[in-house]
Design a protein around this ligand. Sequence first.
Ligand code: ADP
Ligand code: MG
Length: 622
Amino acid sequence: MNKFEQLGLSESLLKAILDLGFENPSEVQEKAIPLLLEKDTDLVALAQTGTGKTAAFGFPVIQKIDADNRNTQALILSPTRELCLQITNELKNYSKYEKGINVVAVYGGASITEQARDIKRGAQIIVATPGRMQDMINRGLVNITQINYCILDEADEMLNMGFYDDIVNILSTTPDEKNTWLFSATMPAEVARIGKQFMTNPEEVTVGTKNSGSATVSHEFYLVNARDRYEALKRLADANPDIFSVVFCRTKRDTQAIAEKLIEDGYSAAALHGDLSQAQRDGVMKSFRGRQIQMLVATDVAARGIDVDNITHVVNYQLPDEIETYNHRSGRTGRAGRLGTSIVIVTKSELRKISSIERIIKQKFEEKTIPSGIEICEIQLLHLATKIKDTEVDHEIDNYLPAINDVLEGLTKEELIKKMVSVEFNRFINYYKKTRDISAQSGDRRERGDDRAPRENNNSGATRYFVNIGSRDNFDWMSLKDYLKETLDLGRDDVFKVDVKEGFSFFNTDPEHTDKVMEVLNNVQLEGRRINVEISKNDGGGRRDHNGRSSGGRSSAPRREGSFAPRREGGFRSDRNSAPREGGFRSERSSAPRREGGSSERPARRSESFGDAPRPRRPRRD
Ligand code: ADP
Ligand code: MG
């Protein structure tokens, strides 16, 4: 018997759950579902985003309504159209083996008459945004005077968005005897007020600590000079070849401008903000979900309710004005038990805000340094090698092999590898050769000048390793550090500068441990796979961060004499997007006409390398 079966759910729901592939209930589900099934009660449930709240109310509400009665029995209010559609969709999935249940979504920007018609056909459950719901009530298009259940989903976000009056009005037209279930990530005063006003002796379910950030999100900040903000963003993207991120800006204008710059510089980016039409926003979200967009640049309002799993990074390009907003932003990653990183790019004058956020989220930030060009080059190179190794071969290619062999005849394996990798890599090395380091230093760190240990200025100080395990194996920098310490039987600070990428990672030790690392790790298996560790040519410096922890990643690798010329504009990335794609939101860089040579400030875009795609439509710019 799995744990879902112990919660008291009906056969048809259990069958649907099996189809969904949920193996065990999440904590909020485990706590809320039996409670809601067993009695008629009001409920306040506090849980971070990504913890499975939809099913926590969705399963019970489906089980509790009467499918033979066509009256509207449950109303679910949710902050955005996106979420509204998503919840509706989920509920339809949950109830697919339950005959006669109709779930109707009600939201702005679509035909109100059609929605009214759907409701008229009999909708036991309505999922609505508050604005449109109020509209429908005013026009007498909906009857919620007999509902038994009212669910406020993401109550804090709804109130943040200014829906207080609408919610109060809507709730006032519902019967007093109904049950109200309020779900929220945080409990600001307004949410508590709604609770007091509309609930009687609610049961309480709390998952994790109230108001604290999700434990699956780690927080990092990068200190830069204001003029380097954008360059820093690009480098962070380049240093994370598999980034799939939401980049938050403060204003619509900045959002649009940054997205445009990124696109121009060859990144797969798009803007999401309130000046776009609903259709444009839908298009952007579709491309984002489909992963044609790696960097979604968004305003806070537009990004509310973005509910996409697998977001690897949230980037605070600028910090929000309200600290509480930071929580909403970072909650976009680390969902469904996966690990995520919330990055803040700060200037010195904003540093104080970091401490305030730390107090609110009850988690410490790690101060990191923007990766140097050399570090980025190494990451990209290894990423490329890993990608080549992981690439599945389509045997269609066999037809061309004789011709290809002719062309490549006479090259040794070594030469061939070098050349193949250089196809991609030359652009990076050529670009980053000409850049300077851009990390600024916090006063904190400078005061503690001792942190800048001699070995940082001395390339031979620490040994840097490359190892073929990474986030794909469920490591983040902390857990990998622990794993290495344990496996190697090393002390607390002996492993440092652990930097985890998807398929591989880097770390440092002092040279005295090098032999041991090479010998022990190369003979260890991780879940049946042999670990491979190599000494990395880029020693990555050896500084530790201001908390005395090893700074889990990049540092300002010591400037190599003469090799960092003044910064140039533009950037580029490895080609992750060269497969043909539908939709029009990607950059053209992987398929644009070659710009090699020329006077371009940017490195040439790849067009001659693997996987050229037909030229896609230009990204939208409106
Ligand atoms: P929240 O509303 O708390 O932000 P969601 O209900 O949107 O979270 O769920 C987040 C993700 O987790 C969704 O992709 C959902 O399908 C998935 N999920 C929910 N419950 C489970 C479960 N018990 N097992 C596995 N995945 C789950
Ligand atoms: Mg939700």
